[in-house]
Ligand binder design. Structure first.
Ligand SMILES: [Zn+2]
Length: 298
């Protein structure tokens, strides 16, 4: 009898310690958000790191296995993962997380998107038909995603709904305070003209009032060419920029070339959690982005 009680109590404690909701996050920002809201009630698997280009990921068997076991898929959507997520979903055979199911959560569907093309032409490069998917660089949009994600987590794991609501409330209190601090620090950046490698920063620009005057890619997803970079350099003579921005995962060569020729600094920014050593969660991600932007010597 004693042994039975022991066995039962062991079973209970291991069941309690076991996370209730298995989250597959396509990008680290959503993994971090789900972990912050869910705490010990979730286990999060990040499909990519902050040093990988989320447009181009290989659908490895290990990723398929993770999708197969997931209760909730948290991805950006808006075609960011169009090159790899559909095949993972198909091969996983997991009905719960297919498009349109409660187990499929697309962050881009929770916010207003920018740069929605009137029509998509193949010749325009890698243009996303639903609009620009790189929403995680605007913390106001992250707040909207957080609220919607909390509701979804509570729906899927209703026994822990109150836990998720509390996790969200704690997060949001800290987030709104952080937003105010970031806004105060970045007021002087408004109107600053910049050059960017890829159109990864339209939401950051929207938030901080930065003005994109050129991109190093001739078209979205098309690597910089000498001819295009020469044009950009010429353009900067009449429309100067303060600095050249690129993501941690992008090859810095083109930005460095333009920097040398135009005499403006390069700024490397983490586009997500893990993009730099300092960006360990969503709070320190934006702390680091802002620190890097405000310390540019132009
Ligand atoms: Zn893109």
């Amino acid at each position: 009898m004693k042994r039975l009680i022991l066995a039962v109590s062991l079973l209970c404690s291991s069941a309690l310690a076991h996370a209730d909701l298995k989250v597959f996050a396509c990008e680290p920002e959503w993994g971090s958000l789900a972990q912050t809201i869910g705490g010990e009630k979730v286990s999060v698997y990040n499909a990519t790191t902050g040093l990988q280009d989320p447009h181009h990921i290989e659908g490895r068997p290990s990723l398929i296995a993770q999708v197969r076991n997931a209760d909730l898929l948290v991805c950006t959507g808006a075609e960011l993962e169009i090159g790899w997520l559909p095949i993972l979903l198909q091969k996983s055979g997991n009905a719960k997380v297919q498009d349109g199911q409660p187990g499929s959560f697309m962050a881009a569907q929770q916010v207003q998107l920018l740069h929605i093309p009137v029509k998509v032409e193949r010749s325009d490069g890698d243009v996303h038909a639903d609009g620009n998917p790189h929403i995680q660089t605007d913390p106001r949009r992250i707040a909207q995603v957080a609220k919607a994600l909390t509701e979804r987590m509570a729906q899927l794991d209703s026994a822990n709904a109150a836990h998720y609501q509390q996790g969200y409330a704690n997060f949001n209190t800290r987030w709104q305070q952080a937003l105010q601090g970031w806004a105060n620090k970045t007021a002087s950046l408004r109107g600053t003209p910049i050059v960017v490698h890829h159109k990864s920063w339209v939401y950051l620009q929207d938030w901080l009032g930065l003005q994109e005057v050129a991109t190093l890619e001739p078209k979205p997803g098309i690597p910089p060419t000498t001819a295009h970079l020469t044009n950009v350099l010429q353009q900067l003579q009449t429309t100067p920029a303060k600095f050249v921005l690129h993501s941690a995962y992008e090859n810095p060569r083109s930005a460095q070339w333009l920097s040398g020729k135009a005499g403006i600094p390069v700024v490397m920014l983490p586009s997500t959690v893990g993009g730099t050593p300092a960006a360990t969660d969503l709070f320190t991600l934006f702390d680091d982005i802002i620190q890097r932007l405000t310390s540019v010597q132009g």
